[in-house]
Each structure stands twice: as structure tokens, then as C-alpha cells.
Design a binder for this molecule. Sequence first.
Ligand SMILES: [Zn+2]
Length: 284
Amino acid sequence: MDACQFGRPRVGGVYVIAADQVALVESGTSLAKDRVLLALDELGIPRDKVRWIFLTHIHLDHAGGAGALLPHLPGARVVVHPRGAKHLVNPSRLVESVRAAVKERFPLYGEAIPIPEERICQAKDGDRFDLGGRTILALDSPGHAPHHLCFLEEEEGLLFTGDAAGLFYSGRLIPATVPPSFDLEASLSTLNRLYSLNPKILLYTHFGPRAGREGLSEYGELLVWWVELVKRALGRAGEEEVAVEEVLGELGRAGWPVDDPVVREDLAMSARGAMIYLRRRKGG
Ligand SMILES: [Zn+2]
């Protein structure tokens, strides 16, 4: 279903897995809560049948609404990477990091309501969840963030990519290399591993399905090109925000939809995240 993230269609999604144990993948922000509940009603799914909310990672556009949904989904537990769990119980550091990264767009990310520890299930790589008719395999997938999981629905080969395979807007892959923890090498090995699992359909949180696994290898190539592009712009410009504008200018000339405000903001944030990565790599 479409979470209408930032008030826009086809930007952020929440998936509903219909099985004996109903599951959501992602929650959207807390601002999406009513839409998620309405979607369940429209699908004829009683709220107490929802047993799991699988979160690919704890960034607020993926996980921020889980705390707001839980009181309405009395049988549900939240599945999250062990490194993300404590930030769901106490979201204050997470909220501050989002505020720093997105600045004036912060109100669009809603609020993060703390999640009681007993409703959190920490998933390790290789953990399987039997929903009755569908099996969900948790896959440690660092790169976009160190606390990222992808989820593979094994019967049909559906891979919920979160942000590990980039953003996919209107047929175009967009880098998701946001601050503070993007790591190129980790991303590339995650993409190789996901590719080797031979998923049949990629399900992007941002946004929608894409048949085949080629999107994974394409994204790996895009990331290498992107980090190089940002590195060159930074070398020329010296100053980071000037370099961000240079990158956007270059992409605009190459036909990227940089006049779309959502795409522009995503690209600017990803450029900043790539610079943090480059600095870290240089320092270490
Ligand atoms: Zn993210």
C-alpha cells in the first residue's frame, strides 16, 4: 500500500503479506498510521490477525510509525536488526540523527513513539519466520545502514529490499547513500549476496515492485559511479554544499529528474552521505 510519504504518492510503501499470520513489511512514518489501518480494513484483515511488523531498518520513513501502530495491532510484534532494537525502545538518538540529516523537512517524518521491549523480536541473519503458507528469511544486509535487514519471502522469491538496493522511482534507480553510515564496500557485498539468492521480484520500499534480480547488479554499478561522481565534485568544489549543488547540476544535465523536489532532496542527502563515507575512508 502507498503510505503517501511526504504527502506524495509512490514515494514510500508498506507491504501487507497475507498469510495465516498476517505481516507488514515496514510501517511508514507515524503520519501513515491511519492509512495503514484503513488499508487493512479494506483488505478485510482483522487487526488482531496482524502478527508481525518486519522493519528493514529503523530510519523513520521505514520504522517511525511502528510505535503508533502497535496499540491498534494487539497481536503484533516488531522484527528488527539487533543493532536497531534499542533505538526503537528509546528513539531519542534516532530522532536527533534524522533531525540533523533532514533539517527543515523534519516534521514530515512524524514522531517516533517508543516501543515496549517485550514487543520487539530481534532477528539475526538466517532467522526464518513461518507465517503459515509463507516463510520469511531475514538477511543481514549492511551498507545503507549497519542495522539493515532484507527479507526474502521464500515461496515466491519476493525480496523486500528496504533501502539496500536503492530507491526506485518511476523506473529509475536513485542512490540511497544517506548519512551517517553509508558504506560502499558493505553495500556491494550485500548486493552480491542478495543477487546470489536469485530473487524473482524486488519489492522496493521506495517504491514498488520490479521483476528479476538485475536491479541488484545495476544498483552496484550505480553506486560505484555515484561515489566517484561525488568524489570528483568534492575535489573540484572543496566545500561540501557547493559540491552537492555541482552533483545536482551534473545530474540535471544528464537528464535526471532533479527538479522533482523529492528526488532532489534524496539526491542531496545521498551526496552528503557519500561525502561522510569518503571522509571516513580517508581517515581510516
Ligand atoms: Zn533508510
